[in-house]
Design a protein around this ligand. Sequence first.
Ligand code: ZN
Length: 133
Amino acid sequence: MAVITVSTSKRYELVDVTEDVRVIVKESGVKEGLCNVYAPHATAAITINENADPNIRDDISDALSQLIKEGCWRHDRIDNNAASHIKAAIVGASETIPIVNGELAMGTWQDIFICDFDGPRTRKVIVTVLPKS
Ligand code: ZN
């Protein structure tokens, strides 16, 4: 298990962590197996999506903001960030990627992102590499 630390600078921000995950997989020496990428946070999530056009990151964030209104939920009475929790729940806390021939089996246009829905703050990404038994 390894931990990547990410600092975000905006309220909503998707940060590409693919290269850090690739290094962890390489250093693990695992040739065939699974790599789990997990965000241990209630208002952050992990997704895999297009890396080529950075607009996609903002489009995903904007689309979720159009779907999930702010300030109208029960939890907003606690710390006013219910929309952040709901977005994180929809996107999900982790992704699992196959490892084939020692590499992440990612498509050409795919990268791994941590989605911070309640930034700016420092986030952790836990990466667990499991060899095929
Ligand atoms: Zn909250």
